[in-house]
Ligand binder design. Structure first.
Ligand SMILES: [Zn+2]
Ligand SMILES: [Zn+2]
Ligand SMILES: [Zn+2]
Length: 181
């Protein structure tokens, strides 16, 4: 099982490099296999941590699992509440530190406009700038990465002698599934 998972991660990394990306949809269909979707993302997180020699400790894994259970962003308080349903309530600082670790390692993104967090679905390269598409109807967050946008923003920033630190683009609107429904 483990070998299988690691193998998947490796082939995925190769696929990303060669650009023949097995893209995940930006907004998974409402009837998608979410169990598979979240277990694939957890396997990817395990692979990335192992590759970097970092530990996905029980609390880090639990926080990530809570975020992977949904495609909607959750606030830190909400995360603690959901953890408390399944086991002992962690101290907020403990959950926060776990979130920081997950963010620093690109496993979780912060949605600034919602002051909330969403698990990364890994449909983009680590260096790519991610455009967060936030559906005002169902609350789901899609990650669309665009190398063109990254290049344009980087050159605009450079022209201004500016060094961007955390470029974040958040776009609100209506997702295709809500528009159709
Ligand atoms: Zn899903
Ligand atoms: Zn991401
Ligand atoms: Zn929607």
């Amino acid at each position: 099982m483990l070998a299988n998972r690691v193998g998947w991660g490796v082939s995925r990394a190769k696929a990303t490099r060669s650009r023949s990306i097995r893209r995940r949809p930006v907004f998974p269909a409402p009837d998608h296999d979410h169990h598979r979707c979240s277990s694939d993302a957890m396997a990817m997180a395990e692979f990335l941590c192992a590759q970097r020699g970092q530990r996905l400790t029980p609390i880090r894994r639990k926080v990530l699992a809570v975020l992977l259970a949904t495609h909607k962003p959750l606030g830190a308080y909400e995360i603690v509440e959901r953890l408390a349903v399944k086991g002992p309530r962690p101290a907020p600082i403990t959950a926060y530190r776990a979130l920081e670790f997950l963010r620093e390692n690109g496993l979780v993104h912060r949605i600034e406009s919602r002051n909330a967090f969403v698990a990364c679905v890994h449909n983009h390269s680590a260096a790519a700038l991610v455009v967060f598409l936030i559906c005002e109807c169902c609350g789901a967050v899609g990650e669309a990465s665009s190398e063109d946008v990254t290049a344009t923003l980087t050159s605009a920033a450079r022209a201004a002698g500016f060094t961007p630190k955390s470029p974040v683009i958040e776009v609100t609107g209506i997702c295709a599934h809500c528009r159709e429904g």
